[in-house]
Design a protein around this ligand. Structure first.
Ligand code: S3P
Length: 424
């Protein structure tokens, strides 16, 4: 059984937060001396970040489940001897492009087939405007970036994206320049929270961030909370399986990440957060969801950045709710690990549910009729997990083509599926 999967009090645990683990590894690698990371995610994506940082000169202990990770960082990275392979991880590639934009040597980044299809110009364009040099003007990996003398900048983000925002903030922090960012809506703010811990000043008013290079990276101890995006699968899975109540402890409750809880509430679930504490600048708590019959709802474009990764799961839940659920303005789903907008609609339709794409909206109408068939994941971890959870619903017989894709973000997911199945 997965370590820490079930505490004796019946409260489940999920692995460490993916977004926070990437950032902790990168900032620790930039702090000369020994940092410690507790609760780190050890999934394939986290290992991609560790692998690439090692090639840049950081010494990082093996990412093994349950292990405390130590990182020997350095003031400046050294030129890598090889191409930096970011695997499936968009966060690794995009945040590192930012860090490398402030290092005056060329580095080439690549990734797997999925990552090589994802847009990068949204990151490289502002980095080039700040002074980095990009070899090859393409929008896709592989790309070679060479850092320059970056200058202070002002940039308007084309979409609400924590990856773009974080890449620019990290470039500015390493190059020690000021930066002003305008954002169409707020996205997750883990980078800002971490940078503030190191003394960087980041002013925030609605739609605007002002970064000042006042801080300095020092070795520290990072505490990584459980990943709310992983918790979302189990909470929704419990509702689908008809399990009356499920609690998950030690989960990150950053307001920029738990938009899905408000949606669950509007759909009719009862949601509670208990034992809330601050852990290293991030809110953490125990989330409990109590199920009953669910109904449809509308997710507005303003809500989307706060639940972007949970849409495949919420769409599967909507397929079992009464009435219609509309996800408005979810075009960003097209450029995730797969085209999630098309793939969610296609898979739901293929198994007999009602789902369609209308412009940039995803519309799902629920039913309790039997759903059956093969689910094509295109190796996308969140599609694989969402449909495995839907398979727990009464009358669903689904064959997910790559259930093991969950390993990208959620080690031990299969054990949780088994446990929820037994509790039905
Ligand atoms: C992430 C930001 C989100 C999210 C991704 C992780 C991050 O992407 O989908 O899984 O760690 O910053 P965008 O910032 O592109 O929306």
């Amino acid at each position: 059984m997965t370590q820490r999967m079930q505490e004796s009090d019946g409260i489940l645990r999920v692995p460490g937060d993916k977004s926070i683990t990437h950032r902790a590894l990168m900032l620790a690698a930039l702090a000369p001396g020994r940092s410690v990371i507790r609760g780190a995610l050890t999934s394939l994506d986290a290992r991609s970040t560790a692998r690439v940082l090692r090639l840049l000169g950081a010494a990082i202990s093996p990412l093994r489940t349950g292990a405390v990770i130590t990182v020997e960082g350095r003031q400046r990275f050294r030129p890598p001897a090889r191409v930096l392979d970011c695997g499936n991880s968009g966060t690794t590639a995009r945040l590192l492009l930012g860090v490398l934009a402030a290092h005056q040597f060329p580095s080439t980044l690549t990734g797997d087939a999925s990552l090589r299809r994802r847009p990068m110009r949204r990151i490289t364009e502002p980095l080039v405007a700040m002074g980095a040099v990009l070899h090859g003007a393409g929008d896709r990996l592989p790309l070679t970036i060479e850092g320059g003398d970056l200058s202070a900048g002002r940039w308007t983000l084309p979409v609400a994206s924590a990856q773009i925002k974080s890449a620019l903030l990290l470039a500015a922090a390493v190059a020690r320049v000021s930066l002003e960012l305008e954002e169409p809506a707020s996205s997750r703010d883990h980078t800002e929270r971490m940078l503030r811990r190191f003394g960087f000043v980041i002013g925030h008013s609605p739609g605007r961030l002002q970064f000042e290079p006042t801080g300095e990276f020092r070795p520290t101890t990072f505490e990584v909370p459980g990943d709310p995006s992983s918790a979302a699968f189990l909470l929704a899975g419990a509702l689908l399986a008809g399990i009356s109540e499920l609690s998950i402890g030690g989960v990150g409750c950053n307001p920029g990440r738990i938009g899905f809880l408000a949606v669950l509430q509007r759909m009719g679930a009862v949601v509670r957060i208990d034992d809330a504490i601050d852990a290293g600048g991030e809110p953490v708590g125990t989330i409990t969801v109590t199920g009953s019959s669910l109904g449809g709802t509308t997710i507005s474009p303003a809500e989307v950045p706060g639940l972007i990764d949970e849409i495949p799961m919420l769409a599967c839940l909507a397929a079992r709710a009464d009435g219609t659920t509309r996800f408005e303005g979810v075009a960003e789903l097209r450029v995730k690990e797969s085209d999630r907008l098309a793939l969610v609609a296609r898979n739901l339709t293929a198994i007999g549910a009602h789902a369609r794409v209308e412009g940039d909206d995803l519309v799902v109408t629920g039913s309790s009729r039997p759903l059956a068939g093969r689910v094509v994941t295109e190796h996308d971890h969140r599609i694989a997990m969402a449909f495995q959870m839907l398979g727990l619903s009464r009358g669903c017989t689904l064959q997910v083509d790559d259930p093991a894709a969950a390993a990208v973000s959620f080690p031990g997911f299969a054990d949780h599926v088994d446990q929820l199945r037994r509790r039905r």
